[in-house]
Ligand binder design. Sequence first.
Ligand SMILES: C[S@@+](CC[C@H](N)C(=O)[O-])C[C@H]1O[C@@H](n2cnc3c(N)ncnc32)[C@H](O)[C@@H]1O
Length: 272
Amino acid sequence: MNIAQALQYYGVPDSFERRECAWLLEYILGINHLTLKYKSDQSLTADQEQQFLQAIERLKQGEPLAYVIGEQDFWSLTLKVTPATLIPRPDTEILVEHALVLIQPSQDLQVLDLGTGSGAIALSIAKERQLVNIIATDFSIEALKIAQQNALLNQIGNVQFLQGSWYQALESGQRFDVIVSNPPYIDEQDQHLIDLTHEPITALTAKNNGMADLKVIIGQAPQWLKPDGWLLVEHGYNQAQAVQQLFVQAGFSDVKTVKDYGGNDRVTLGRI
Ligand SMILES: C[S@@+](CC[C@H](N)C(=O)[O-])C[C@H]1O[C@@H](n2cnc3c(N)ncnc32)[C@H](O)[C@@H]1O
């Protein structure tokens, strides 16, 4: 099988499946999109062909490409992902972008990332702001193991990983300049869950219309923030109003919501 044949192996022209086929080949052959095009008559080795065909079978079963190849690009990093971790989404880069605005490169601030998963948010901030100290927590030990591996793979040393449910992972008396979180926020009855069956349900859904974890994180944040500290949370496109209310009830000021790249309300932030 050559590259041109492999490119047509899965899906119909211009479909998402065809694009996945190309990304998969780029990954297996270790080449970029342009090289893939101009070397279209190059044959796959027997090993490459076997790897390709096995991967296509997994894609046909509906497994996300990130799990099939075991990695996902996020911000400036390539992160290892497994079914123990959520696959980091481009929308979450908005949260990173706004956190970096609040953290100057010369500041040695204390930052907390709650529900770190693959480590996407914590590691992206840590890479850009090498003076900060970040604590990244998750209640999933399996996810934390992957996050730790991602810190090593990306040579990032200023993140400490702790296991526990939200703030329970911390020692009393700890205080942070910035708290960030992308918690589970999908309503348990949401129809979109049918497309997300491969990702851990505990990373996706929350009780109380998806608001239960956001309520804990926002409500308790003032106890863990230094004066003038900031909280930034990701949430659903239709949760901005309810999230803003929780911020105001908890005593935050300068509360605002920012949109993701698709124009949907996605991240709310406020200062205590
Ligand atoms: C939406 S995922 C976000 C993962 C990662 N921060 C990202 O943006 O890609 C939510 C994460 O919160 C974790 N989580 C869920 N409930 C938790 C709890 N009670 N305490 C700590 N972490 C929790 C999940 O294991 C998952 O890794």
